[in-house]
Design a protein around this ligand. Sequence first.
Ligand code: SAM
Length: 291
Amino acid sequence: MSEIIAAQDLVRWRQWAKTQAIATDISVEEVDWFLQGLTTVDRLSLRLGIREAVQSQVSLVELSRLWERRCQEKIPVQYLVGKTPWRNFELVVSPAVLIPRPETEYLIDLAQASHHDLHAGYWVDLGTGSGAIALGLADSFPDGKIHAVDQSAAALEVARKNAIAYGLQDRIQFYQGSWWEPLQHLRGKVAGMVSNPPYIPAALLPDLQPEVYRHEPHSALDGGIDGLADLRILVNEAPDYLISGGIWIIEMMRGQGEAVAQLLADNGHYTQIQIIHDFAGGDRYVSAQRI
Ligand SMILES: C[S@@+](CC[C@H](N)C(=O)[O-])C[C@H]1O[C@@H](n2cnc3c(N)ncnc32)[C@H](O)[C@@H]1O
């Protein structure tokens, strides 16, 4: 925090930013997230009125420049402030990684619900991005051995930073490569696989919000023609790596549940195949157990 911004300047700035937000169809609440991300202003002052000067990572001019980019270029606030809350973490994010979503937090609850005998084993997070799932697993399973894979070197750099920030760098091993490929040494040893792979059918990508389509990495979104290209690999290769009774958990797009469950059933190595719904009632997760 290097700059001091006077209270009355910030009050005026906030009003200007809200007007910009309304004019460009952005939720005015984002103005406050943005301010909390880059300055020391707290939620209480934002509710009751800003009466004291705040410290800021950037000047008022730079705040305005960044906010204009939010409104005009539709850059997500999380990329502008460089961080996002996720479970009990505050994770560093950059345009090299997908911004971890609240619905993905539930994958960790599903992993925690597995048999406790599995919790001290090897757990893998395939397509780790910011490292969110790997950190969640390391935090949940103090005796677990966590291995996280991504094909993107830039994403792994962000994931490593997040692991270091929470002192989990010795608990998580990171690998660059494609899905199971860097984990040959874990064949037949893995207690649980957790993944939020790309699952959006390629033709639907341009229909996503501009924040997502224009700024989040397409390699994190594009699931091929039917959205299931990567999920098929996860279904077909996991049996070589999971122990008997090992757990397979993924997030997917609503409406893909039946197709994913069918892939698992056709594979023949899985039991306890379950389609799990999110809080809004959509099918968003599938779990299964290695026979
Ligand atoms: C939907 S994002 C999920 C990121 C993070 N796990 C999360 O939940 O926020 C999918 C991730 O899979 C990675 N990915 C895509 N293809 C891959 C592949 N062939 N092998 C490994 N990772 C891959 C992308 O780089 C991206 O980080």
